[in-house]
Write a protein that binds this ligand. Sequence first.
Ligand code: ADP
Length: 492
Amino acid sequence: MEYPQKDSLKILIIASEVAPFAKVGGLADVVASLPPAFKDLGCDVAVYLPAYRQILDYLDNNYEVILRDLPVQIGSKLLNTDILKAELAPGIPLFLARQNFLFDRPEIYQGKYGEYTDNLERYIFFSRSLPLFCSAAHIAPDIILANDWHTGLVMPLLNQGAMPRSAGVFTIHNMGYLGLVPPNRIDSIGLPEEYYRTDGLEFYGQMSLLKAGIIYSQAVVTVSPTYAEEIQTPTFGAGLDGLMRWVKESLYGVLNGVDYQDWNPATDPHLTANYSPGNLYGKRLCKKDILIKMGISKEFHDKPLIGMVTRLVEQKGCHLVAEAADALFDLGLSLVVLGSGDKDYERLFSNLKKKYPKRFGLKLGYDSILARQIIAGSDMFLIPSLYEPCGLTQMYSLKYGTIPIVRATGGLSDTIIDPHEDLPATGFKFHQASVPELMKAVTRALQTFKKKTDWPIMQETGMKCDFSWEYSAKKYLTIFEKAISIRRGMSK
Ligand code: ADP
């Protein structure tokens, strides 16, 4: 047994991303900062990930090989994996499945030509390796916490009798990614026939690994209370809304938290200047810095600056921004965007840059330092998502005194208070995903920006908001208790 303490709750988190080593979106932040919160509450926690090239580079040989050549069945093939052990944070083991053919690649999910075509097989392999690794290493966690479609298959594997002591909890970070396995690749899943039914993995003629996680876990968590409600409706349920209504007694909405040791403008080493509530002089320097960095012409330096840091995908409402661009720039503001993702959106934004070279700053790509500098240096932060399970950037923006303008959906609804809803407000919301609604919210923000007392009050209110992990981690623990009692009842 690898865990240090004897009687505390033993949690193993399995996921496809972790910050800072292997980050694509918010999942990575969560997987990095939730374990220390569990540890602070007295739990023994460990994390299991694929040994991506990025992680091994980062670790620079600071790991030990604890198991060699574990054979994992994937379809008709056997592929071996080594298990490495490193440290995610002091006292938090990071176990890694090393399978170089599958995970020694330049990026996490996609290459030059789009998504890796064997992503299904990569994560089926990874999920199938978990019970084998636990059994070979004599690890028997009380809780296996799996995340999103990549690790959904773990739940039916537990259901099949692997690790009878371990209760399965499945967190949905994004319902939009179903992990669909087409009929000609079903063999690679390797479950008995009875799992391929409508009340199993079947999804309109295909199999869904997300559905596998939902159906066979003892509890399902999603990352905000509003999203937990939304996914029970056809608009947000991605075809699984009926299932979500069916499992609603064991469905919980727990807001993600923020690691304020990492995200704090008073200590952030990547900012030109640090600042804190009551003294925002440093924020002005950050604004100047980002305006210059993003190539905004000097004549616009005194104007309001809106920032965006986002994956460029449909979910994030990128088309709304592109459609609203003329009207936005008519308001006299400037806009800076850092993003990467779909090539169509990258093109759309590149064209916008050509049209508004002086007041539109664009950086295509992934840059975690620039992300912080934009969040710090902007006056407002725009998140026009069509849906947003939780969203982290609005919470980071609040802490950095940057006023969020958000579409009222999912976690954006739960974390931002609009002046129309209550006071003290922390940001601006719009409801319909339309250009006129977006423009109304931006216009309201600009009107408040001009008010030299209201704006700093709003900034300070946001900076003092507390979305730290402790509260959410405690909620997870009560869910874990319920899941354990269900599991232990099942295995009697
Ligand atoms: P999602 O997980 O849907 O992408 P979140 O708001 O939950 O959205 O989390 C996004 C995380 O990824 C944030 O930490 C954000 O700063 C970061 N991020 C997104 N795009 C980029 C990018 N192009 N460069 C750097 N960081 C990014």
